[in-house]
Design a protein around this ligand. Sequence first.
Ligand code: PGD
Length: 764
Amino acid sequence: MSSSQKMHSAHWGAFQAELQQDNVSITPFAGDPDPSPLLGNFTNALTHPVRVTRPMIRRGWLEQGPGADTRRGNDEYLPVSWPEAIALVSGELRRVNSAYGPEAVFGGSYGWSSAGRFHHAQSQVHRFLNTTLGGYVRSVNSYSSGSAAVLLPHIVGPMDEIARRGVSWQEISANSDIVLAFGGLALKNSQVASGGISEHTERSFMQQAAARGTRFISVSPLASDLPAEAAGEWLSIIPGTDAAFILGLLSVLIERQLTDEDFLASYCTGWPQMVAYLRGDEDGVVRDACWAAEICGVSAAQIRTLAEALPHRRVLVTVAHALQRSEHGEQPVWLALVLAAALGQPGLPGGGFTYALGALGHYGKLFNRVSFPSLPQGRNGIDRFIPVAKIADMLLQPGEHFDYNGRRLRYPHIRLVYWAGGNPFHHHQDLARLRRAFCQPDTLIVHETAWTATARHADIVLPATMTLEREDIGGAPTDRHLFAMEPVAEPAGLARDDFTIFTELARALGREQEFTEGRTARQWLQSMYRQLQGKLAELQASLPDYDTFRRQGVLQLPQHTESGLMMKAFRQDPRRSPLPTPSGRIEIFSETIAGFGYADCPGHPVWLPPTEQAVAGESYWLIANQPATRLHSQLDFGNYSQRSKRQDREVCCLHPEDAQAAGIGEGDIIELYNDRGRALASVSLSRQIRQGVIQLPTGAWYDPEDPLAERPLCRHGNPNVLTRDAGTSSLAQGCTGQITVVKIKKFRGDLPPVQAFIPPEADA
Ligand code: PGD
């Protein structure tokens, strides 16, 4: 590494970076066998005009003070100095806290921000609100796996045990005969891991497994969900119907007496109820292969052939995050576990059920024996929360009751929303509704590196540094490398890191000592590193001193050699190592969930039809999945993401026969529309997508032609103008952004220019 090259790390890989005038040249970490092309988004990011470089206040808020305001998203901004900004923010925090208390402050602030473990924006904002205001209304769970995170502990164990600590790629490549992957194993997803991923090994593990004879089967509406290296098979299915498909498989296994009854009797509860449901004992509906085929669009013959191929082989069943990010998303996850159990596979090397393999770079990896300490959050003095995807409901319906995981909760009345490190106008559904929700609070404060749509709806926008402008430490519990992240450039304009902003605010609120504990950012890093040294010393392992670590740039941590231990121990001795479920077994029927009495998530897994359905020839299933050219919405202005656009629009994928029927050709701009909104996108034709389905990835920055419209047109192609804002079920209330129903038409007329990357008007 030359002296001008700086080690750094992102959620999508480690690298060395060198500033060359305004651009950054990137060299991937030498130890990474398959670096992610997303690194290319850094090259032009530092000085892009869309960076936020000064504290800015929305004109309406400055002139009229705090209060609900429909101009949010369509107003001018006025620059202020840092002292003015600090005085305004601290004054408003003081006002809201003394008038209404922390119950009126939403600090859920969901978002991935950047990889450094100290300058982790969410941790910073939570610590700040706890130590200065005494607490805040928080959010629980994630947009990634909101429903599985709630379901899995009821039926098998904590999600981390079944995903991050689940079956490893090493075991798969050595043992699995069949990997049945609902939602596939797309490399675009596993190239990313929160906190960082230094070695992208999924491609080579799939290659090794395929070479040994593993049969990869991807059940998905998109062939592209399985990489070529897996040399696998594509079973094309109608979106959102996997639960019916699995019920069909189970019925064939029962009919042919191919279920592992010993395993089901000794390790599970509730198989008889499942069998009764499949037979239709209560409602007369026989859920066999023909019944399933009608719903899922896979023929009964294919369902039978697959079911008959599974028994007496080492089979691993996995379900991508995407499947549970849709209405009734709990059901395919639960049924995949039931299928693995019916085959008697859980706890065998390379077999059973693992949740979301391939959905993130964390899964299928070995775990570090110690993890890097996280920034202490302080104590939240109140216990008010929402499931994360209920943000718009909370702001629009204060005081209303809602169901969640057996509890009846009430939305608080929020006056102030504080966001750092996330982009709700990327991650949330039904953006017109979200805008109405964001018009409700008195004040919305956002720290951002760039003028995202979220920043453009804020009253106060504070310029945050990008990761490349900060010293930090990057690492994840599933990555054996720890990186000393060095700043590559000075902060853009007046940008400051979140910690510095919060330190100044804490000082203005008279709580600096409580927030900083007397440490600078560097001293926090040193102290966290010392804690790591302490943890390792207990294992008789040592680390170099902090300065040596920073000079080296990278070090290696000891790892466990095996994964999936919870399930293996359970299989070996279910009495001595019961699962952490109420029965200690896999719960095919859950008394707890049944006791909640939810019609949309009963005591055993079921097929429930979705509220909205595509009608052949009239409307389409829209898959709004993760993008391949950026992480979520991050650095959409980066070179790599920009190169993927056509006529500046996001590209959607459509089957040629659907296109022909609609009079649409390759490269045409189309409008996707429904009752909630409209979006423009460029068309790419492909037979790698099921007919009747359109795929438009998330992450194109929201760019409404008329920000105040009831049914806005996004000129750029953000699918969340179209998606439905409704929870997965009363159990988990997870996000359902993955699947929606749209119509399409060719766009005619003058193409409006994309303006998402031009900062809002500012009065100098
Ligand atoms: P990001 O684009 O990563 O999206 O939603 P999330 O909000 O996490 O947003 C992170 C923001 O943090 C960026 O705007 C970035 O500029 C900012 N940032 C980065 N570093 C810093 C920093 O140090 N300080 C500050 N203050 N800001 C920083 C992701 C969410 O979207 C997720 S996880 C999933 S899985 C969902 N996926 C889907 C989906 O599949 N389909 C639909 N329709 N919708 C989804 N939304 C969800």
